[in-house]
Design a protein around this ligand. Structure first.
Ligand code: ATP
Length: 368
């Protein structure tokens, strides 16, 4: 039954045709997915897409309506949560307020009746890993939010689970601390070699920490890939739009030479683009291009894909600036420039007539 001949190549986790229904509502729809050992895997999607349900089925807090979940070569759907080699770190950390940090981390090991010296060694190792040694004697209310987050992580890893589930683990932290903690999480994941599955609705977070991302929409997977592929080669308009900033225009694609001609707006020159997918003559499509791939010039650039427009807004964001350009037909295009490079363009300002453009390979042509 198992398609994995070589046990070394076998995924740690296999969702096989998994569905989850609450009454007549389908939260997860016939989903198949593999997650490999040592991966830092992110489930990403908007609120209600089914991320937490996936996580809860893995942990055993939620039953599976149809299909199977395999973990480490074993079908786990009938195994109770406490018997699974899985731990889950919750958003509110759920630390015991009356216990010290040391005791919080030791809690699970003590409950399992492990020998005292083994517990002490393991807790010390976890304290070192999460840089909490100095705080071992304090109570949770005597440390900061970021430190509490690390205690929760140390406690979840103390029993050396094969798999750690993290449900929006950084949701309670402010932006700067969140970014720092993301790098810490990556570091700890690498040092322990534990497989991490994180649930987040924050695409930047998923891009930062994860080795692979599954983008979900209404209980289905829309793309599973590395962060750079998700960003550079989104599989659909949904993914392109959900991840990062993007310009998307509707049009009709027609094969021309080695590429495609996209007729997209009345009175506007067609877009010349490349695509690995085949398009029929006049097939409807969307063309997606990231703002940082759009150039902005006062002189007409010497290549196809140059469109005349007027700067109607400039958003200065410190490291970059975003130019909002209105084309002759009223279409809006966003172009982004790194401010360090902007000096050459500093003459461009509001109401200026400019040319926006991009190379033939800068955008993605998507079906439908
Ligand atoms: P969020 O980011 O808001 O946590 P999510 O992607 O984690 O969202 P889930 O919590 O997995 O989404 O929920 C998926 C869908 O299933 C939602 O539409 C939700 O309303 C529904 N759902 C979840 N739990 C139940 C339940 N116990 N009974 C009925 N419907 C449920």
């Amino acid at each position: 039954f198992a398609p994995w001949d070589d046990p070394d190549e076998r995924p740690l986790i296999e969702f096989r045709g998994v569905s989850k229904r609450f009454g007549d509502f389908t939260a997860i729809d016939d989903l198949t997915l593999n997650i490999f050992e040592r991966e830092f895997f992110a489930l990403l999607g908007p609120s209600g897409c089914g991320k937490t349900t996936m996580m809860r089925m893995l942990a055993g807090f939620e039953s599976v309506t149809e299909g199977h979940i395999w973990l480490g070569g074993q079908d786990i759907i009938d195994i109770p949560p406490n018997k699974r080699p899985v731990n889950m770190m919750f958003q509110n950390y759920a630390l015991f307020p009356h216990l010290s940090i040391w005791e919080n981390i030791a809690f699970g090991l003590k409950r399992e009746g492990r020998p005292k010296d083994e517990i002490a060694a393991r807790v010390d190792e976890m304290l070192r890993l999460t840089r909490l040694g100095r705080f071992a004697k304090r109570k949770p209310h005597q440390i900061s939010g970021g430190q509490r987050q690390r205690v929760a992580l140390a406690r979840s890893l103390a029993k050396a689970p094969k798999l750690l589930l993290l449900d929006e683990p950084l949701g309670a932290l402010d932006r700067k601390l969140r970014e720092e903690t993301q790098f810490e999480l990556m570091d700890i994941q690498e040092k322990t070699g534990t497989t991490f599955v994180i649930v987040t609705h924050d695409q930047e977070e998923a891009m930062t920490v994860a080795s692979r991302i599954a983008v979900m929409d209404e209980g289905r997977l829309v793309q599973v890939a590395t962060p750079d592929v998700i960003y550079e080669a989104p599989a659909s308009v949904y993914v392109a739009d959900f991840i990062g900033d993007v310009n998307i225009v509707e049009g009709r694609a027609t094969p021309e030479g080695a590429g495609l001609r996209i007729d997209w707006a009345e009175g506007q020159a067609p877009i010349a683009a490349r695509s690995d997918s085949a398009f029929a003559r006049g097939q409807s499509c969307h063309f997606a291009i990231r703002p940082e791939k759009v150039t902005i010039d006062t002189e007409r650039p010497d290549r196809p894909n140059a469109f005349r427009g007027k700067v109607i807004d400039i958003a200065y964001l410190g490291n970059i600036s975003t130019y909002h350009v209105e084309l002759a037909g009223g279409q809006m295009i966003k172009a982004q420039m790194v401010n360090a490079r902007r000096l050459a363009n500093r003459q461009i300002t509001w109401d200026d007539e400019v040319w926006v453009g991009f190379t033939e390979t800068a955008g993605v042509v998507l079906e439908g």
